[in-house]
Design a protein around this ligand. Structure first.
Ligand SMILES: Cc1cc2nc3c(=O)[nH]c(=O)nc-3n(C[C@H](O)[C@H](O)[C@H](O)COP(=O)(O)O)c2cc1C
Length: 377
């Protein structure tokens, strides 16, 4: 559908629905109880990084070029030998049932419809196999939280590989949970409520590791699984021996860590601060990006998330050198507000605004976006 077609369809639909991030958040707030809403909205500590993530985008301004023929736009990117129709991904977000009963199934189906690769979280409400069965043929990656009990992690990775997932994303900024005051205020922990168990109760290695099969043991087992402060680079080398899939590290903020990742044979990185949910006060993700892109120097793909709220933000991250960007909270609000249809609306708008933004910047192939002039104030 062309931009004009979509605009006219939306304008003539006679339907009122949330359009931008603030409206989506408001619509979700009206649907959700205070605990789940707070869990999704909030971040760690005083939420300084949450604020910086979005505010920092305003420091970067695109300087467009005109009178280039932009009548056709090519948004295809190639990652690990596979062609992706556009550089927008769905970020791994766990425990989606707190937003909507259909949880990850609804999100993965919406992602499939708009060709957004779907990165499924370890702590999903639905299992790898359930999501795969609901979205046969669509591109999916798997996000791994590591465990002290490596055998469980390896088995989960094997299940993802068997289900046809195309890459493993190892999140390294969550070896313990960030300091999240809103959840204490609301006395809300989706982990403790058992909402993260989709991939665990279906895992024979995890279940065999428990003293018994009671709900309490399962939940304690998951909490124990997630706490892994001794995680280090050696573990990544071991994971490489366990899977033939490309491995990306999510949570890189320092150029030296990006270089180390390359040295250790990692296939890609995601520049991210987990949406400010882990260590408060860390650098805004968009501010960390340029130096990392420089350090990586095209050797591996550099994906990006944290703070992307609209297509124009995606354009800035791509112009600053990101290979692709991942959308987080906006789709979760879409899910809360309207289930699968709500996520579809968010993804369709994101895709369309990104395409319009690229074309209006004077670029007709995403691979040329790095040539775009960006000024920083
Ligand atoms: C409610 C929620 C749950 C999340 N769960 C996970 C997760 O399970 N694994 C992970 O790697 N990142 C997780 N993230 C972080 C996202 O992948 C992404 O880094 C973050 O949402 C980006 O920030 P933004 O949504 O503010 O743009 C979660 C984020 C939110 C908001």
């Amino acid at each position: 559908m062309s931009n004009l077609d979509l605009l006219l369809k939306n304008i003539s639909s006679n339907e009122k629905y949330p359009i931008n991030f603030a409206e989506l958040e408001q619509a979700a707030k009206e649907k959700l109880e205070v605990g789940p809403f707070g869990y999704i909205r909030s971040s760690a500590g005083g939420e300084e990084t949450l604020r910086k993530n979005t505010e920092s985008f305003a420091k970067y301004s695109i300087v467009p070029r005109f009178l280039n023929d932009v009548s056709s736009l090519n948004t295809e990117i190639t990652l690990f030998g596979q062609i992706y129709p556009h550089p927008l991904f769905v970020a791994p977000v766990g425990m989606n049932k707190i937003a909507h009963e259909d949880g990850e199934i609804a999100v993965a189906k919406a992602a499939a419809k708009y060709n957004f690769p779907y990165i499924q979280s370890t702590v999903s409400s639905y299992s790898i196999e359930e999501v795969a069965a609901a979205t046969e043929g669509s591109t999916k990656w798997f996000q791994l939280y590591w465990s002290k009990n490596k055998e469980i992690s390896y088995n989960i990775v094997k299940r993802a590989e068997k289900a046809g997932y195309k890459a493993i994303v190892v999140t390294v900024d969550t070896v313990m949970l960030g300091w999240r005051e809103e959840d204490v205020r609301n006395q809300f922990s989706p982990l403790k409520k058992g909402i993260a168990k989709g991939n665990f109760i279906t895992d024979p290695v995890f279940m065999a590791s428990l003293p018994d099969k009671t709900e309490d043991s399962i939940i304690n087992g998951i909490v124990d699984y997630l706490y892994h402060p001794s995680l280090n680079w050696d573990a990544i080398a071991e994971l490489k021996e366990q899977t033939s899939l490309p491995i990306l590290i999510k949570g890189i903020l320092h150029p030296e860590d990006a270089k180390l990742a390359i040295e250790k044979g990692i296939d890609g990185i995601i520049v991210s601060n987990h949406g400010g949910r882990q260590l408060d006060g860390v650098v805004a993700s968009i501010d960390a990006l340029p130096e990392i892109v420089e350090a990586v120097d095209g050797r591996i793909p550099v994906l990006f998330d944290s703070g992307i709220r609209r297509g124009a933000d995606a354009l800035k991250a791509l112009a600053l050198g990101a290979t692709a960007v991942c959308i987080g909270r906006p789709f979760v609000w879409g899910l809360a507000a309207g289930g699968q249809a709500g996520v579809e609306r968010v993804l369709e708008s994101f895709l369309q605004e990104t395409k319009v933004s690229i074309s209006l910047s004077g670029v007709s192939h995403v691979n040329d976006l790095h040539k775009l002039k960006v000024v920083k104030s």
